[in-house]
Design a protein around this ligand. Structure first.
Ligand SMILES: *Cc1c(COP(=O)(O)O)cnc(C)c1O
Length: 391
């Protein structure tokens, strides 16, 4: 009888939602306190203060109570007004998606785009800003997850700062898995969430905001108030002695505290190193198996997600279904323009462990072989193990 895994996955190696850390699950299971109980208000302030040490923005982080699309949409609604000119740096599906929210404000949108297997060149940003000195906000996606590519945000941030525009970055799938913070990349508005590399379930947005960005939002008559999209309403909510505009997601805050504690205890450098090593092992294995990564150059590839180009003649959806049915392993598809053209292996939070790369390679290779595509699975595993041993 052929082995068939149980109904639930054996390994979830996706790019979000991701497997949550056991300590996070225990945090989520804590007693749900009344939000105005002093114990919860103290927790909320403590969690925000811990977050501040890793977000490194000029002001205290704002937590919004919905998964990070809320943070992105709220950022666009609050920061951008009719008189603005937004330079949108498009290297993938999420960056392109920001355009819709930015345009809703009535602003003019200028686009700098590259093919979705490449990344933005800071020199091109400088050139466009020189041509368009009226740009007031530059938006970028750090790691455009549906392509598994990483933009050089620190270099872009330096260019934007020299020009004087505000810099908004979607760092949802990079934050906590590789070096990125508001200060070192000159980011005025950093949007992230705990549901990727911090190993939490989806449910919160985390915003790191500069003084200039606060001033811009406060001066924007279009910025939402008394709305789920309002950021202004939450400015002081982190303080234990201030009211919440509406009920915060109490359980998610407890989960986030557990995640931040894990992150700080392990040490960010160590956490980033195991994300990077897992991705390196994965890429080495793919190459040895005879498969190609999606990014046009290895230097563009993310340490938190490896996107594998779908071999000619293979149906990508069928490939993932085969991986799930044979081995109980769940991988992510592409999205939008990359849907059907690549399969993504997540290295995020608890799955950013080198041996998970071996699991993913084995499942991918086994399923491809089952579909009649020749791959050298053994060579792939040997190369991954070699990469792990090399550290
Ligand atoms: C996951 C993610 C988000 C949040 O969006 P969902 O697709 O709703 O999970 C935003 N930006 C990036 C780059 C992400 O990876």
């Amino acid at each position: 009888m052929r082995y068939a895994p149980s109904d639930l996955p054996v390994f979830t190696l996706t790019t979000g939602p991701v497997d949550a850390y056991p300590a996070v699950l225990r945090g989520l299971a804590s007693t749900v306190l009344y939000d105005y109980d002093p114990a919860f208000q103290a927790t909320y302030q403590r969690v925000t203060e811990k977050l501040a040490t890793v977000v490194q923005a000029e002001t205290m982080p704002v937590i919004l109570h919905g998964e990070p699309v809320l943070g992105l949409e709220a950022a666009a609604a609050s920061l951008i007004g009719r008189g603005d000119v937004v330079l949108n740096l498009v290297s993938g599906v999420y960056a392109k998606g920001f355009e819709g929210w930015a345009a809703r404000s009535g602003a003019e949108i200028v686009e700098l785009a590259v093919p979705y297997d490449r990344v933005i060149d800071p020199a091109d940003v400088a050139r466009v800003l020189a041509e368009r000195p009226d740009v007031t906000l530059v938006a970028a996606c750090h790691h455009d997850t549906p392509s598994g590519t990483v933009n050089p945000v620190a270099e872009i941030g330096a260019v934007v700062r020299r020009h004087g525009a505000l810099f908004l970055v979607d760092a949802v799938s990079s934050f906590g898995g590789m070096p990125v913070d508001a200060r070192s990349a000159a980011i005025d508005f950093l949007v992230t969430g705990p549901n990727k590399c911090l190993g939490c379930p989806p449910g919160l947005s985390i915003l790191g905001i500069s003084d200039r960005a606060w001033a811009k939002m406060k001066a924007n008559p279009q910025a939402p108030r008394a709305s789920i999209l309002s950021i202004l309403d939450w400015e002081d909510a982190w303080r234990a002695d201030k009211p919440f505009p509406f009920t915060p997601s109490v359980a998610e805050i407890n989960g986030l505290e557990a995640a931040i504690d894990l992150y700080l205890t392990e040490g960010p450098e160590k956490v980033w190193a195991r994300h990077a090593l897992t991705a390196r092992a994965c890429r080495a294995g793919l190459k040895a198996m005879g498969l190609a990564i999606w990014p046009a150059e290895e230097g563009f590839a993310s340490p938190t997600c490896t996107a594998v180009r779908t071999p000619d003649g293979i149906d990508e959806a069928q490939l993932r279904a085969e991986i799930r049915a044979r081995y109980g392993v769940v991988l992510s598809s592409g999205r939008g323009e990359t849907l059907g053209r690549l399969t993504r292996i997540g290295h995020m939070g608890p799955t950013a462990q080198p041996l998970h790369a071996v699991v993913a390679l084995t499942a991918l290779g086994g399923a491809l072989a089952g579909l009649g595509h020749r791959v050298d699975v053994g060579a792939g595993i040997a190369a991954a193990l070699e990469a792990i041993d090399a550290g």
